[in-house]
Design a binder for this molecule. Structure first.
Ligand code: FMN
Length: 781
C-alpha cells in the first residue's frame, strides 16, 4: 500500500516523508465503543425495539445460517432504531468518517432518518435484506494505490472479489432475508437502493477507485443508485465537491424515501455530543492520552505477555508506549528540519519489515490547547473532569474519549485535532448559529456564504477553530461589542468542530534484520504559512504547525539539550503579543512537559523488498522518500556482509534534496552501506540530484534520464532486450503530485528510447510492472 499521508493535513501529508498512508486510528470500536453504548441507549433502544417492524430475518440460501450474527446485522439495527437510511463510511484517516457524520446530520434536517455506521462492525451479507423504502449510502475514501480503506476491506473483497479483474458473473453469497422471495441468483440486490460519494485525490493513478468499483458492483448486482456518484478531490476542494453532491442528492433522497415535512434546518443546533462536568475519582480521569485496555485490536502488530499471564496485543487501537532512544536533527543548518527518531520496541512483541509504516500518536502543543481553552472561555475550568456522550443513542460512536472521564485540557490535547482550518459547512452549521452580535454575524456569515471568502480567509489563513473564534472576538471587541455578548461556542459544539486526533503514519527507515527491536522514522518538520492579508492579526501568528512533527522536534530538542525551550508561549501572552514564533526554528516552543515515550504501532504495507537478493532494484526516494529505501539498502548491505560470495542484483538509489551541504541526509551511512553492497553487485550506487546546487534545477527524474544506460541495463536483468516485464523492481517514495508522475514519465521515455518503441508501448510496460507489483509507490500528496 502506498504511503501517504494525511492530514493533519498538516502533518500528514507530510510527513515525513513519509507518511503514509494511512492508516488510521479507528478509535471507535475497540477503544471508545466498548461497553458505553448500552448505558446510554438502553432505554431508547428498548423503546425502538418495541416500535420496530419485524426484524430482518435470516435463512441463508447460500451462506450458512450459523454465520449470521444479529449484532452484525445492520438492517435489523437500522429498523430497530426506527431509521430508514444507513450511511457506511470507508475511512482511513478520518475524513470520510467526518463527512458521513455530517451527512447524517444533514439528512436528519432533510426529514429522513439516517444511522451512520462503520462497515467493519457489520456484515455485508445482510445487504440483500434492504427494502425499497430504505436506502444505503456509501461514503468511501480511496486509500493505498487505489485500494479500499481498512474498515471496508471485507466488504470490498466480497463485493468486488477479484480486485484486478472484476467479473460480473461472480456473485457474493448474501443472507436470504425471511421477508423476501428467494433472491435472484444474478441480481440479488434488486430490492436495494443506494447512493455513493467517493473521496480521493486526482494526483493518484487510481482516482476514486474504491467508490467507483463499489458503485459498479452494486449496480451489477441489481441495486439502483439514487442520484449521481459524487467524487471528491482533495487536491482541489473536497469540501465543495461534497457540498455540491449533497445539494444535488438530498432532494432526490427525500423524494425517493417519500420524506414529508420540513426540509428546514431546525436540527442545525441539535448537538451531536452532550458534555457533563462530573465528580469522579482522580484515578478515573484520563489526562495523558490513554487509549484503552488493549483487550482487542483489529490490526495487531505485536503482543507481549503481561505479568498476570495475559497477552497484550498492540496495534492501532492499543499502541505500545515506546521509549524514544535516539532523536536527531539530520539537517540542523538546512531550511527545513529532517528528524531521525528511533523507538525501542523491546518487550512489545511487535515485529516490522522494511517498507512498513509506523503509526504515532502525538499531542497538540500547549499553546494551541491554551488558545482553544481561552477561545471557549474554559481556561479556568481546563482540568475539570468531564464525561461526553452522543445525544443520539443509536449513533455509531457513543463517546469521544476512552475511559470514564477526561478533562477539557486532555480532550483538546490528546483526543481532538484542533489544528485543521474550519470547513465552510461547519462554519455555517456550527459557528454561525452562535453569533450574537451584528459584527460576528456579518463576518461569520460572509465566510459561510462565499467559498472564495472562506478560501482566502479560513483556508489560506489557517483559521483553526480557536483562531477563528479568537478572530471573531477581536472583530467584536473592535466594534465595541461587550464581552458577554460576544460569540460563545459551547464545548459540545467545539468537540464537533474538531475531528478526532488521528495517528500519523511514517515510512519506517530502518531494517528489522539489522535492528529487530529498534525502529526508526525519518520525518520533515511541517509548517504551513498562512497566505492572507489578515496574517498579522491572527492569534499565534500566521502559521500552522504539523502536530506530530513539531512534537517530535520538541522531543528531539528536549532529549539533546536536556530541557524544553525556555520560552513557553501560552495563549494568554500569545494574544497579547502575537505572533510569538522562534523565527529560526519556525516553532512555537510551547510544550510544557514532554514524556520520553510515545504511543506507536506498526502498520503492514505491501511495499516490500524482493525476496531474492539477486533481483535488481531501482529506488527513487527524494527528500524523506529516502526512508524506506534506507531500510532496503541496510538490508541488502547486511546480506552482502553475511554472504559475500552470493552475487546480488544491482541496487540503484536515486536521492534528491535541495542542497548537498545541508540536506544530504544519512550521507556517510549510505556511502558505507553501498561500499558493502558493491562487493556483491558492483554497479550499485547512489545517484544524487541537488536541485539548488547549480543555476538550473536538477531533480531525480533528470538523473534517471542522464543515467539511462545504467537504468536500462539494470532493468534488462542480463537479457538482450526487455521482452515482457522485467524481473527487476522499481520503488518510488515521496511526493505523488509531481515527483512520482515525473519519474514515471522519465522511465517511460527511457524505455521507449532504448527499446525503440512508442511511448504508448512503454507506458503499457510500466502498467504491467505495476500490475505485477514490480513497480511500487509509497507516495502522498
Ligand atoms: C496513503 C494514501 C493513499 C491514497 N491513495 C489514493 C488513491 O489511490 N486514489 C485516490 O483517488 N485517492 C487516494 N488518496 C486520497 C484519499 O482518498 C483522500 O485524501 C481522502 O480524503 C482520505 O479520506 P480518509 O481521511 O477518510 O481516509 C490517498 C490518500 C492517502 C493518505
Amino acid at each position: 500500500m502506498a504511503a501517504t499521508t494525511k492530514i493533519e493535513w498538516g502533518d500528514m501529508m507530510i510527513v515525513s516523508g513519509v507518511v503514509v498512508g494511512a492508516a488510521t486510528f479507528l478509535f471507535r470500536k475497540a477503544i471508545f465503543g466498548r461497553g458505553k453504548t448500552g448505558e446510554v441507549s438502553a432505554a431508547a433502544a428498548a423503546a425502538a425495539l418495541r416500535a420496530a417492524p419485524a426484524s430482518h430475518g435470516v435463512a441463508s440460501s447460500s451462506s450458512s445460517k450459523s454465520e449470521y450474527s444479529e449484532a452484525r446485522d445492520f438492517v435489523s439495527k437500522m429498523r430497530k432504531a426506527g431509521k430508514n437510511v444507513v450511511v457506511f463510511y470507508g475511512s482511513q484517516t478520518g475524513t470520510a468518517e467526518d463527512f458521513a457524520t455530517r451527512l447524517g446530520k444533514d439528512m436528519q434536517s432533510a426529514g429522513v432518518r439516517p444511522l451512520v455506521l462503520d462497515p467493519e462492525s457489520y456484515d455485508w451479507q445482510c445487504l440483500a435484506g434492504m427494502n425499497e423504502n430504505e436506502l444505503i449510502v456509501f461514503v468511501l475514501a480511496t486509500s493505498g494505490e487505489g485500494e479500499p480503506t481498512d474498515n471496508m476491506e471485507a466488504w470490498f473483497d466480497a463485493l468486488a472479489s477479484d480486485r484486478e479483474n472484476i467479473d460480473d458473473s461472480d456473485i457474493p453469497e448474501f443472507f436470504q432475508p425471511d421477508d423476501k422471495d428467494e433472491l435472484d441468483s444474478d441480481m440479488p440486490l434488486s430490492s436495494v437502493s443506494y447512493a455513493v460519494f467517493g473521496l480521493g485525490n486526482n494526483t493518484y493513478e487510481q482516482f476514486n477507485h474504491h467508490a467507483r468499483v463499489v458503485d459498479a458492483r452494486m449496480r451489477a448486482l441489481g441495486a439502483t443508485r439514487v442520484g449521481e456518484r459524487g467524487e471528491g478531490d482533495d487536491d482541489v476542494d473536497i469540501e465543495e465537491d461534497f457540498a455540491k453532491w449533497k445539494a444535488a442528492t438530498l432532494p432526490l433522497v427525500r423524494e425517493y424515501l417519500g420524506a414529508t415535512g420540513d426540509s428546514g434546518t431546525d436540527d442545525t443546533l441539535q448537538p451531536t455530543w452532550a458534555v457533563a462536568e462530573i465528580e469522579v475519582d482522580a484515578d478515573k480521569v484520563w489526562v495523558r492520552g490513554e487509549m484503552g485496555d488493549g483487550s482487542s485490536s483489529s490490526s495487531s502488530s505485536g503482543s507481549s505477555p503481561s505479568e498476570a499471564g495475559t497477552t497484550t496485543i498492540y496495534g492501532t487501537h492499543r499502541p505500545f508506549i515506546a521509549p524514544i532512544t535516539v532523536a536527531t536533527d539530520l539537517t540542523p543548518s538546512g531550511e527545513r528540519h529532517v528528524l531521525h527518531v528511533e523507538f525501542d520496541l523491546e518487550g512489545s512483541g511487535m515485529h516490522y519489515e522494511a517498507g512498513d509504516h509506523l503509526g504515532i500518536y502525538a499531542a497538540n502543543s500547549d499553546a494551541e490547547v491554551d488558545l482553544m481553552l481561552h477561545a471557549l472561555g474554559l481556561f479556568e475550568r481546563a482540568d475539570t473532569p468531564i464525561c461526553v456522550r452522543a445525544t443520539d443513542p443509536f449513533a455509531a460512536q457513543q463517546t469521544l474519549f476512552p475511559g470514564t472521564a477526561t478533562t477539557y485540557r486532555a480532550a483538546f490535547r490528546h483526543y481532538l485535532d484542533i489544528t485543521d482550518p474550519v470547513p465552510r459547512a461547519q462554519i455555517a452549521s456550527l459557528v454561525l448559529p452562535h453569533a450574537r452580535s451584528a459584527a460576528a454575524r456579518e463576518f461569520i456569515g460572509s465566510l459561510a456564504a462565499d467559498k472564495d471568502v472562506h478560501a482566502a480567509t479560513v483556508s489560506a489563513g489557517c483559521l483553526t477553530p480557536a483562531r477563528l473564534i479568537t478572530a471573531v472576538h477581536q472583530i467584536e471587541a473592535a466594534a465595541g461589542v461587550p464581552k458577554d455578548e460576544q460569540l460563545a461556542i459551547p464545548a459540545a459544539t467545539a468537540f464537533e468542530l474538531c475531528p478526532r486526533m488521528q495517528a500519523r503514519l511514517y515510512s519506517i527507515s530502518s531494517s528489522a534484520r539489522v535492528t529487530p527491536t529498534r525502529v526508526s522514522i525519518t520525518a520533515v518538520v511541517l509548517q504551513y504559512n498562512a497566505q492572507t492579508t489578515m496574517a498579522g492579526a491572527l492569534p499565534l501568528g500566521a502559521s500552522r504547525l504539523g502536530v506530530a512533527t513539531n512534537y517530535l522536534l520538541a522531543a528531539t530538542n528536549q532529549i539533546n539539550s536536556g530541557s524544553l525551550d525556555p520560552v513557553v508561549v501560552t495563549a494568554a501572552n500569545a494574544l497579547a503579543e502575537a505572533p510569538q514564533f522562534d523565527a529560526k526554528n519556525h516553532v512555537i516552543r510551547s510544550y510544557v512537559n514532554l514524556p520520553s515515550t510515545l504511543p506507536v504501532f506498526v502498520r503492514r504495507s505491501t511495499f516490500r523488498l524482493p525476496a531474492d537478493a539477486s533481483t535488481p532494484m531501482v529506488m527513487v526516494g527524494p527528500g524523506t522518500g529516502l526512508a524506506p529505501m534506507r531500510a532496503f539498502v541496510q538490508e541488502r548491505a547486511l546480506l552482502a556482509r553475511q554472504s559475500p560470495e552470493k552475487a546480488q542484483g544491482t541496487s540503484l538509489l536515486f536521492f534528491g534534496a535541495r542542497s548537498a551541504a545541508t540536506d544530504y541526509t544519512y550521507r556517510d551511512e549510505l556511502v558505507s552501506l553501498f561500499d558493502d553492497i558493491k562487493k556483491t553487485a558492483p554497479e550499485s550506487r547512489v545517484i544524487t540530484a541537488f536541485s539548488r546546487d547549480q543555476p538550473q534545477k536538477i531533480y531525480v527524474q533528470h538523473r534517471l534520464a542522464e543515467n539511462a544506460d545504467l537504468v536500462y541495463r539494470t532493468l534488462l536483468c542480463g537479457k538482450d532486450k526487455l521482452n515482457g516485464p522485467s524481473r527487476a523492481h522499481i520503488y518510488v517514495c515521496g511526493d505523488a503530485k509531481m515527483m512520482a508522475k515525473d519519474v514515471s514519465r522519465a522511465l517511460i521515455t527511457l524505455i521507449a528510447d532504448r527499446e525503440g518503441v512508442s511511448e504508448d508501448v512503454a507506458a503499457k510496460w510500466i502498467s504491467e510492472m505495476r500490475r505485477l507489483s514490480r513497480y511500487q509507490e509509497d507516495v502522498w500528496s
